[in-house]
Design a binder for this molecule. Structure first.
Ligand SMILES: Cc1c2[nH]c(c1CCC(=O)O)Cc1[nH]c(c(CCC(=O)O)c1C)Cc1[nH]c(c(CCC(=O)O)c1C)Cc1[nH]c(c(C)c1CCC(=O)O)C2
Length: 377
């Protein structure tokens, strides 16, 4: 499968050729095709639980966003977990907060302090502070450069994920400043300022679409949209303020790629804790629905139907269990989901103090058990 893609470089489209793909398991699983084993990757597979990540950061005296903004560094960190584990996908090292940054909200991430914004959106008046005309494809060019470089360095080993935060989750961070704000003002905005909320969500949706299309042009082979704060909304608010924008992202990205004669890529939606939304998510234009660990595999499958692939959902804390317990949990997970239309992952990201050896046990166990199950079919 030769990976042909186009890359926009401040002018006409140029056609780029990347090394042929040797492992397309995840793309096949996303499209609903049979796979000889279940593909596996982990959210936050590059990061602080890897000693080589911490060493790299120290050696270069680099802050998190320095590394994100330097393509050679982002590329090296993206590849770190692939040197240790038999993963079936890479995900570009970056963050969902680059979009608020492009809109003019400075954000930093500091050890021990978490996320720090220069300012937050307090009232609709503050929307005037945003750089609404920004072209994210030029402003975030470093992400596209990192994707192109990483795709070359991967040398066809496995597909590369591009990603973005979802409109609601980005709105939530731009108003509340973190995932654990004591007084959730973002939800209050939806009630008090529904029109301004829609205006902000619409703005984010437009930027996200442009950003995801640019990532595909740069070489991303599959995309994930993180709606990590979806579960904070009840079903009514989710249907009004999250789902329509998630749908627009999926349909518009596909339409834009089609218009520009670029091959479509599978899209994954991760709406964390949105139990009530599974049936709607299955019809929202994404090929894959990623679920968190609080959902029962068989029940989730039933609600999602047979037209989408499921991704997930091991409880991330099981990476602290003994190797035997972990293997048992993986076996149970793969057995319950079955080996068709399934991508194994955690139900959320890897925590920073997990033993990398257990990540290896997780990845290998998915491969071993899914091959065993397939052999009996
Ligand atoms: C909500 C969210 C963010 N970022 C992201 C989400 C959605 C997924 C989720 O819910 O976890 C997504 C994200 N963040 C990161 C990636 C890289 C790709 C990957 O390996 O999955 C991805 C896909 C790297 C990162 N993003 C971050 C790190 C740690 C940075 C460091 O080295 O200090 C990494 C590796 C920082 C980050 N960035 C964000 C948070 C809450 C934090 C932690 C802040 C803290 O507690 O210090 C925002």
């Amino acid at each position: 499968m030769a990976g042909r893609t186009h890359q926009q470089q401040s002018g006409p489209l140029i056609t780029q050729f990347f090394p042929p793909l040797k492992n397309d398991l995840i793309l096949r699983a996303a499209r609903g095709e049979k796979t000889e084993r279940v593909p596996v990757w982990l959210m936050r597979q590059a990061g602080r639980y890897l000693p080589e990540y911490n060493e790299f950061k120290k050696e270069h005296s680099a802050g998190f966003f320095d590394m994100v903004r330097t393509p050679s560094m982002a590329c090296e960190i993206t590849l770190q977990p692939l040197k240790r584990f038999d993963l079936d996908a890479a995900i570009i090292f970056s963050d969902i907060l680059v979009i608020p940054q492009a809109l003019g909200m400075g954000v930093d991430i500091q050890e021990g302090k978490g996320i720090i914004f220069d300012f937050l959106l307090e009232t609709p008046e503050d929307l005037k502070k945003l750089n609404t005309v920004v072209d994210v494809t030029t402003e975030l060019h470093y992400v596209m450069d990192a994707i192109t470089l990483t795709r070359q360095q991967l040398n066809g080993r496995c597909p590369l994920f591009g990603f973005s935060g979802a409109p609601w989750t980005l709105m939530k961070y731009m108003i509340d400043g973190s995932s654990s704000a004591p007084l959730p003002k973002a939800r209050r905005w939806l009630v008090q300022y529904p029109e301004a909320s829609r205006q902000l969500l619409k703005l984010l949706t437009t930027k996200i679409i442009n950003y995801l299309v640019a990532q595909v042009k740069a070489g991303a082979q599959i995309l994930q949209v993180f709606d990590s704060s979806a579960g904070e909304l009840g079903p009514t608010q989710f249907n009004k303020f999250a789902l329509p924008f998630l749908r627009e992202v999926a349909y518009s990205v596909k339409e834009r790629l089609h218009e520009e004669q670029i091959d479509p890529v599978p899209m994954v939606v991760f709406a964390k804790d949105a139990h009530f939304a599974l049936e709607d998510l299955a019809k929202s234009g994404y090929e894959v629905v990623s679920i968190d660990w609080t959902q029962k595999p068989a029940h989730a499958r039933r609600l999602l139907g047979s037209q989408v692939t499921v991704q997930g959902n091991l409880d991330p804390t099981l990476l602290y269990a003994s190797k035997e317990e972990l293997k048992h949990a993986v076996k149970e997970m793969v057995t319950k989901f079955g080996t068709n239309r399934y991508i194994a992952n955690l139900g959320h990201g890897v925590s920073k103090d997990v033993d990398p050896e257990n990540v290896k046990v997780f990845v290998d166990a998915v491969h071993i058990y899914s091959e065993e199950i397939n052999a009996t079919l």
